[in-house]
Design a protein. Structure first.
Length: 266
């Protein structure tokens, strides 16, 4: 399937977006450490793959699981990489807890509702079908995924230390987001309702669906796979982020109380 040239969209306008981001990033942050450049390039590679590769073609009303991969990339992976590419504006140890900064509570609330709610909202059956059929609404949907993803990850990995949640609160934030994604994934996986009707009976202009269905990919199985993708990979990503927060927490405690670990052990 990957080798089928008709499934690749080499003329996608996403190349203009990638080029513009690279130019702006170079002009603004040309002296950042290599790790941040790697994060940027990885994010742009995932953005390109979401639209240029067969994922982009098949998500356009053909395969629901490809549609889910594209949306997970836009909501979770690309925004995370973009935020990790930004240099920090303050030294470590200057973050402010949520109970001391009401604005941070607002930022975190908006981020959580945006990150979790975007997936629920755009998978209302009528909206899912309409946004796949209509270019303008599909554009709005994809931009909303990217913005919601940036808002979601900002309280965890934003470049401003003062707008980051303290690790204990951040862990709760991520765990509850994992629960929200899991509930949607479980519903999509096990429901008998067609979540996105356009994928139940796609218009096959190049004969790809016949090949896929001959290989056993029925619309029901496709929806099951899409639900599992919504359920398992995001929680794995959230778990990795939780581990990073635990490491940040441990580092902060060691920096502030270098003998605390020994004291607890003894």
């Amino acid at each position: 399937m990957i080798l089928m040239p008709e499934l690749w969209h080499w003329t996608s306008p996403i190349w203009w977006v990638v080029g513009l981001v690279l130019v702006l990033y170079f002009l603004a942050f040309r002296r950042v450490e290599p790790a941040r450049w790697i994060a940027l390039l990885l994010g742009l590679a995932m953005l390109t793959m979401a639209y240029v590769s067969p994922i982009g073609y098949l998500s356009d009303g053909y395969v629901f699981s490809a549609h889910m991969i594209q949306h997970l990339l836009m909501l979770l992976v690309v925004p995370l990489c973009l935020l990790l590419s930004l240099p920090k504006s303050q030294p470590k140890g200057t973050s402010v807890s949520a109970d001391k900064l009401p604005a941070l509570k607002i930022i975190a609330t908006i981020g959580w509702i945006g990150g979790v709610g975007a997936m629920w909202f755009w998978h209302v059956p009528s909206l899912c079908t309409l946004s796949t059929q209509t270019f303008a609404l599909g554009f709005v949907r994809d931009v909303s995924f990217l913005l919601a993803g940036l808002a979601f990850w900002w309280p965890i990995y934003g470049p401003l230390e003062r707008t980051r949640l303290q690790p204990p609160v951040g862990i709760l934030y991520l765990f509850s987001a994992c629960l929200g994604c899991s509930l949607l994934g479980i519903y999509i996986t096990f429901t008998s309702t067609v979540v996105c009707p356009i994928f139940a009976n796609p218009t096959d202009s190049i004969g790809i669906m016949g090949r896929l269905q001959a290989g056993g990919l029925t619309p029901a199985l496709d929806q099951n796979i899409g639900g599992l993708l919504m359920w398992i990979p995001p929680c794995m990503l959230y778990t990795g982020a939780i581990i990073s927060l635990l490491a940040r927490w441990y580092t902060t405690v060691e920096h502030d109380h270098p003998t605390s670990t020994i004291a607890h052990l003894t």
